[in-house]
Design a protein around this ligand. Structure first.
Ligand code: CUA
Length: 370
C-alpha cells in the first residue's frame, strides 16, 4: 500500500504527438484545454519554420543572383511597390490576429474553472505538496522517484477539478507539464488551478502525471514533486470512501504522513545527515539543544518539536523548520510518533510491538480533517 510503482506516465510515444511535439513536450497535452495550447504552440512553431526557411532561402538566392560582378552595373532598386507593401502588411496582420485570439481563447479556457468542478484544497510548503479532499481525506500512498519519496494523489478521470491553493511559507508554483499549465502558490492568499484529465484509454487502469514546483523555494526545491494518478470515477469514489486511516496501523499512517507532510524533505530515517536531525533511533534518545540543555525525546518532546520547532533547536542545526501548528490533527500527531517509535532502537521495549493502541481509534473528526 505504501510503496507503489509508477504506472505509465502520461503519453510519451511518437504516435501520440508526432516527432516535434514529443521532442518539445514528451507527448500530447493531457487536460481538456491542453489541445488548444498544443495547437497554438505547434502552429507558431511551423509558422516560424516556414518563415525562417523561406527568408533564408530567399536571402541566399538574392546574394548569389545579385552579387557584384566585374563589368555588370548595379541594378536600380524600385522605391515603391504598392501591391507588395499591402501584401506584407495584411498577411502578417491576419496571422498575428489569429495568434492573439488563439492565445486569448486558450488562456481564458485555462483560467476559468467550470462551476461544477470538484474543489480540492492544496497546501504547499517547503518542500512538499498536500491535497486535502472535501471529506478530509489525503494522500495515502508514496512512491520513490529518483531517490525522493513523493505522494500520489488520486484524481478522477474526465472530471473538472479545481485546486484551491495556498502556501504556508514561501512562493511555490504548481506545475503539471502534461496539462501545460503552472500557477504560483502564494502564502496568505488562494490561487486556483483547474484541469480536466483526459478519460482513460481502453484497458488503462490509471495514468500518472508528474507534478513539479516551478518556483525556486530553497534547498530541496528540485525534490518538491508529486504524482497525480488519474483513475476511473468508480475507483476514485471507492478510494475516497475507504476509511483508509482507521484500517491502517497507526505507525503505517505515520510512515505515509512522514512523506506527505513534508518531514521527509529534512529528516532521514536511515541515520543520514540532512537539514534536520535523522529520525532513526531518535525516539527515546537524549538530545542536546543549542542552549546546552538536554532532554529525552519522548512523545511530548517530539510533539513540541513539531508544533513549536524554534523553541528547541538541536545543537548543530539551524532554525529551519516551519511550525505545524494547525496543520496536523491529533491522530496525525499520534501516528507520526508511533512511526518514530518503530524506527528507534531507543524506544522503550514496552513500547515496541504493542499491537493494541497502534491502530487508530474511531476519530470523530476524521470527516472534517480537524
Ligand atoms: Cu516549492 Cu520550489
Amino acid at each position: 500500500m505504501i510503496e507503489s510503482t509508477v504506472a505509465t506516465l502520461g503519453s510519451s510515444t511518437l504516435a501520440d504527438g508526432g516527432f516535434w511535439k514529443t521532442l518539445f513536450f514528451r507527448g500530447s497535452g493531457q487536460a481538456t484545454y491542453s489541445k488548444d495550447v498544443d495547437f497554438l504552440f505547434m502552429s507558431i512553431w511551423w509558422l516560424s519554420v516556414v518563415c525562417f526557411l523561406g527568408l533564408m532561402s530567399l536571402m541566399v538566392f538574392f546574394v548569389i543572383k545579385y552579387r557584384r560582378r566585374p563589368g555588370v552595373p548595379a541594378m536600380q532598386s524600385k522605391a515603391h511597390n504598392t501591391p507588395l507593401e499591402i501584401a506584407w502588411t495584411v498577411i502578417p496582420t491576419i496571422i498575428f490576429v489569429f495568434i492573439f485570439f488563439g492565445g486569448f481563447y486558450a488562456y481564458a479556457k485555462q483560467h476559468v474553472a467550470p462551476g461544477n468542478s470538484l474543489k480540492i484544497d492544496l497546501t504547499a510548503k517547503k518542500w512538499n505538496w498536500n491535497l486535502i479532499y472535501p471529506n478530509g481525506a489525503s494522500s495515502t500512498e508514496l512512491t520513490r522517484l529518483n531517490g525522493v519519496d513523493v505522494p500520489i494523489f488520486m484524481i478522477p478521470e474526465d472530471t473538472p477539478i479545481e485546486l484551491q491553493m495556498t502556501s504556508t511559507d514561501v512562493i511555490h508554483s504548481f506545475w503539471v507539464p502534461d496539462f501545460r499549465m503552472k500557477i504560483d502558490v502564494i502564502p496568505n492568499r488562494y490561487t486556483n488551478y483547474w484541469f480536466q484529465a483526459e478519460p482513460l484509454k481502453e484497458g488503462e487502469t490509471s495514468r500518472d502525471h508528474w507534478v513539479f514546483c516551478a518556483e525556486y523555494c530553497g534547498d530541496n526545491h528540485s525534490e518538491m514533486g508529486a504524482i497525480l494518478r488519474v483513475v476511473s470515477k468508480e475507483d476514485f469514489a471507492k478510494w475516497l470512501k475507504e476509511p483508509f486511516d482507521g484500517a491502517m496501523p497507526l505507525a503505517d499512517v505515520g510512515k505515509v504522513l512522514y512523506g506527505t507532510k513534508g518531514c521527509a524533505s529534512c529528516h532521514s530515517v536511515d541515520g543520514s545527515a540532512n537539514t534536520g536531525p535523522t529520525w532513526k533511533d531518535l525516539y527515546g534518545s537524549d538530545s542536546t539543544y543549542a542552549d546546552g540543555s538536554t532532554a529525552t525525546m519522548d512523545a511530548n518532546q517530539i510533539r513540541n518539536s513539531i508544533l513549536d520547532p524554534s523553541s528547541q533547536i538541536r545543537q548543530g542545526f539551524t532554525n529551519q523548520m516551519p511550525t505545524y501548528q494547525g496543520q496536523i490533527n491529533a491522530r496525525e500527531m499520534a501516528a507520526l510518533i508511533a512511526y518514530m517509535r518503530t524506527i528507534s532502537a531507543n524506544a522503550p521495549a514496552s513500547d515496541i510491538g504493542q499491537t493494541w493502541g497502534e491502530t487508530a481509534p474511531e476519530d470523530p473528526n476524521a470527516a472534517t480533517g480537524n
